[in-house]
Each structure stands twice: as structure tokens, then as C-alpha cells.
Design a protein around this ligand. Structure first.
Ligand code: TRP
Length: 344
């Protein structure tokens, strides 16, 4: 049986979420999005834009709405396929917050206090350390557990939240039987960790201080070329993979490899004894070539709001239907009336 003919229920369920904040970099593209796209082949995937999580810091309402649409358009442009996968906005599926409440009562304050992301964010947003920030991981656990998720593609920074999700699910199951599937993390393979163009020992981040440090998926080609030309390298004048000694050059070489799909050996052969100029320009060109079709599709989608809205509405309807059985099982386990107020 090929993957295409397997019914969705027999494929592993993959769930991932991302906040509709900021733009996405080529680090997100090569490091995460391309993996998500590939994951669709053999898995039953749900991709969720977690607007409720974003509310843990103050948002401008119009901007939040716009960014949800933009992120959806970007996902689709990168190759998330709404026929095969479910793409939806978290707030469109009320079961996320319903389950989050129930899971709150199975999560200890001490556990949440140990979350490093909470500690960081509480430091950075001292004026607004709200309860939502504190229980953020519980909503994330609800996102994941609602769909019987087997695998969760996450970055290192989310591993602790996934551990908590597993602990809460196991705790619940120990009390009430096998209600929740216990999810596993899916940490992306190495190699695609794109570095900051100005400080190449750091990961490329969308919040880097210098604009030159990061390349956005939607940057115009001219801008991309400029950023690569100004990328920090070194004065060793040799083309080698040496992450410790030549992090800038190594990052450019790695990017050229992921953007062209060629192996490291070929990169060395190709750039040989050239100076860094060729490496910078050709890496930029390879990245631009990858992004151009994505940018075109993005523009078409963002200009067709009716189509975009339709895709998201359909995604939400499918997600709501998928969430229903787990929600019913959970409520039933806890002794909550199943028909939501309609007693027989
Ligand atoms: N907390 C994640 C982040 O900041 C986003 C997220 C929310 C998520 N719910 C999720 C990721 C469920 C994976 C699965 O990146």
C-alpha cells in the first residue's frame, strides 16, 4: 500500500503550531518549513496558527488578524497542502481552550514554574506577567493531545513543553484509562541550522537586532543579494567547512548546499580556491532561486483573501470534527455531561 492510498487514520498524526508573530526567516524555511512540507508525504498532518498563544503578550487586534492571514499564506506558499494536511487557526476551534481548562487541573504550579520559557518571558515582560503566560504550556498540551498526535516537530526551545505535555497526558491516563495518545518530539535533523549573517556563531533569528543579520522569506531578491554580500566571513581566505574556526564561511557553504540540494563535497569542489565574493553571490542566487516561486505564490494568495479564508474555514471545520472524539472521551472520563447542556 502506498502512502497515498493509506487512509488518514492509519498514518501517524503530526501536529505543529507556530505563533503569528513577526516574519519568517530563511532559517525557518530551511530549518522547519521544508521539513513540514516533506512530513506531509507519509503522515497525517495538522498545522495550527496559534493566535491564542500570541495573546499572552499584548497585540494590536488588526495586526494580529492580518498576521494570521499572512502566516497562512506563507505556509501555503511554502508547500503546505490543504488537500493533504489540515491548516487552521487555533481560535477557530473552541476545543483547544476547553481542553486546556481541563488539563489545567492536572498540571502542577511547580511544573509550570520550572518552564524556562516562562522564566525568560516573565523577565522580559515584567509589567505583564499574566496567568496566560504561566499556563501557556497547558494550552500547548491541549493543542497536541486533542488530535491523538503521535509526533510533534519542534525546535529545541519547545522540548521542555513537550515533556510537560507527555507528563500531563500520562498522569491523566493513569487515573482514567487510555484517553490520550502520548506524543513524541520530532527534532529536525542537523545541517539545516541557518546562522546569523552578522554573528555566524548564533542561530539566525527573526528578532536579531541588525536587519543584515537575517534574510526573510519574503525579502526582495535585491535585498537578499545585499545581505549576503555583507555577510561576515573571516580573513583566512580559504573555503572549508569548519564551524568553530570559520563559522561565517561554513554557514554560507551549508546554505548553498541546502538551497541547491547538493552535498558538501560538491560545494568544496565548486568553490575551490575562489575568494569569498563568488561564495556570497552564488549562495544568494541559490537562495533567491528557491524563494522566488514561494514569493510568487505568496503574493497570489495574499491578494485572494476569499480563497485564503475558504481554506482556513475548511481547515477549522475539519479540525473541529477531528477534535470532537477526544473531547468527548475526556469529558466522559471526568464525569462531565456529554451533551453540553442538553440532558436527555
Ligand atoms: N509554543 C510553540 C512555539 O512558540 C508554538 C506551539 C503552540 C506549538 N502549540 C503547539 C508547537 C503545539 C507545537 C505543537 O514555538
Amino acid at each position: 500500500m502506498t502512502d497515498q492510498t493509506k487512509s488518514p487514520v492509519t498514518r501517524p498524526i503530526v501536529f505543529s503550531g507556530a505563533q503569528p508573530t513577526g516574519q519568517l526567516t530563511i532559517g525557518n524555511y530551511f530549518g522547519a518549513l521544508q521539513h513540514w512540507v516533506a512530513t506531509q508525504e507519509a503522515n497525517d498532518c495538522l498545522f495550527c496558527i496559534v493566535d491564542l498563544h500570541a495573546l499572552t503578550v499584548r497585540q494590536n487586534p488588526a495586526e494580529l488578524r492580518q498576521r494570521c492571514l499572512e502566516l497562512a499564506a506563507l505556509y501555503l506558499a511554502c508547500g503546505l497542502d490543504p488537500q493533504r494536511s489540515i491548516l487552521f487557526i487555533q481560535s477557530h476551534v473552541p476545543a483547544h481552550t476547553e481542553l486546556a481548562w481541563l488539563l489545567n487541573t492536572f498540571t502542577q504550579i511547580g511544573e509550570l514554574e520550572r518552564m524556562t520559557q516562562f522564566k525568560d518571558k516573565a523577565q522580559r515582560h515584567k509589567h505583564n506577567v499574566n496567568a496566560g503566560l504561566f499556563t501557556y504550556p497547558v494550552l500547548m498540551a491541549a493543542d497536541i493531545l486533542l488530535y491523538g498526535t503521535h509526533k510533534v516537530p519542534v525546535g529545541e526551545d519547545q522540548k521542555q513543553h513537550l515533556e510537560l505535555t507527555r507528563d500531563v497526558a500520562v498522569r491523566f491516563n493513569n487515573l482514567y484509562g487510555e484517553v490520550f495518545q502520548i506524543p513524541e518530539p520530532l527534532i529536525a535533523a542537523e545541517g539545516a541550522r541557518v546562522k546569523d549573517l552578522q554573528e555566524p556563531t548564533k542561530k539566525m533569528s527573526k528578532s536579531a537586532e541588525s536587519e543584515l543579520a537575517r534574510v526573510m522569506i519574503l525579502d526582495p531578491p535585491k535585498e537578499i543579494l545585499k545581505k549576503f554580500k555583507k555577510a561576515v566571513t573571516d580573513s583566512l581566505a580559504q573555503i572549508r567547512f569548519d564551524e568553530a574556526g570559520q563559522p561565517g564561511v561554513t554557514n554560507l557553504l551549508d546554505l548553498w548546499c541546502v538551497a541547491t540540494g547538493r552535498p558538501r563535497a560538491e560545494a568544496l569542489e565548486h568553490f575551490g580556491h575562489n575568494l569569498y565574493g563568488k561564495l556570497k553571490v552564488e549562495t544568494a542566487e541559490a537562495v533567491i532561486a528557491q524563494l522566488e516561486p514561494v514569493q510568487q505564490r505568496y503574493q497570489a494568495l495574499i491578494d485572494d483573501r476569499a480563497e485564503l479564508t475558504k481554506i482556513l474555514e475548511e481547515g477549522a471545520a475539519r479540525a473541529r470534527a477531528r477534535a470532537e472524539p477526544v473531547m468527548r472521551k475526556t469529558m466522559s472520563a471526568l464525569g462531565l455531561p456529554l451533551d453540553r447542556g442538553r440532558f436527555p
